[in-house]
Design a binder for this molecule. Sequence first.
Ligand SMILES: C[S@@+](CC[C@H](N)C(=O)[O-])C[C@H]1O[C@@H](n2cnc3c(N)ncnc32)[C@H](O)[C@@H]1O
Length: 317
Amino acid sequence: MTLTINELAAAGAAIAIADRTGMFVRLREGPATLEELAPEQDTEGRMSAKVLSVLVALGLLRFDGDAYALDPNTAVTPALQLGGPGQITERWMHLERMVRDGAPALMHETKHRDQAYGGVVLLLEKLLDDAARRLAAELTARSPKRVLDVGTGSGVWSLALLEACPECSAVGLDLPQVIPRFEARAAERGLAGRAVGLAGDYFEAPLEASAFDVIVVGSVLHLETPARARALLTRLRPALAPGGAIVVADMLMTDTTARRQAVAAYALELALRVEGGQPHAAEEIRAWLEALGLTVGEPLPLDEVRPTGMGALIGAS
Ligand SMILES: C[S@@+](CC[C@H](N)C(=O)[O-])C[C@H]1O[C@@H](n2cnc3c(N)ncnc32)[C@H](O)[C@@H]1O
C-alpha cells in the first residue's frame, strides 16, 4: 500500500467536500479558476485550494497554474455525469446501514431495473466504448452473421460488432423501457437496418433454437447471483448456432494487483444497490461455459485504457 490511512481518509474527505459543495459539478461544465470555483459555490477560497490540491495530487483534477479541470478519467464517473452536487458520495452514506443490516441499502435498482437502466445506459456506452471495439475486433475473425446482445442497453457491444462486420445483424434483448435507447443508438450510428430490439426478460423472452452465431452477455452477469448467472447462460445455450460462441464481457473478480482495488471498490458499490449483485471470477464463468460444452480460451483483457477489471471470456461451440 502506497498511501497511509490518514492520507486515504483525507482523500475521501476531499472528494466528499468537492462533491457536496458542487465543485465537481461546476468542473463538469469546463475548467474553472479558484476564484470561479470557491465564491460561486459558497466556499472559502484559501481552504478550498487545499482541498483542490489533494484532488490534483490524487490525479482526479489537473491544474495548469491558473485553472482546475477534471482529469478525463474523473469526467466519466457515472454519478458525476448524471447528478447534481452530492451525487458521488450520496450512496456511500448508506454503507454503514448495509454493513449492519447485511442487505443492499439502495433498492431502487433491484426493484425497478427497467427505470434504473433507461437513464444510465448511454453513459455506460461512453465508459465501455473502447472495450466494445476491442472485443469486436477479436470477434470479427469468427465472421458472425447473427448476433444476440443480452441486456443490450445502448447496444454498445453489438453495435461495435456491426460496425466491424458489415455482413452482421443484431437482436438487442432488454427490458421494454430500455429498448428505445438501443433502437435510437442503432439509428444514430447508421445501423438501424441491421439492428432489431426485442423487449422482454432475458430469462423468459422466446429465442429461436440455433439462431445466433454470437451471443454477447455484456455487463449483465454481475447483476445476478452465481446461481442465476449460470442459469442465464444455460438458458441461452440452445439459441447458439453450431460453431458459434457465447461471449461474457464483464468486470471480472481478480487478484491482479493493478485491478484489485478497482474490482473491490466496484463489488462494494454494487452490493449497495443490487441484491445479490457481484463480479464473478473468470474461472467461475469459465466453468459455467465449459459445463455447457463450450471451449473457453484465456480471458481477453478489455481494460487496457484503464485497469478496471473488465475482460471477456469466449465460449466457442
Ligand atoms: C449494466 S447494464 C449493461 C447494458 C449494456 N450491456 C452495457 O454493457 O452497457 C445491464 C442491462 O441489463 C438489462 N437487464 C437487467 N435485467 C434484465 C432482465 N431480467 N431482462 C432483460 N434485460 C435486463 C438492463 O435493463 C440493462 O440495460
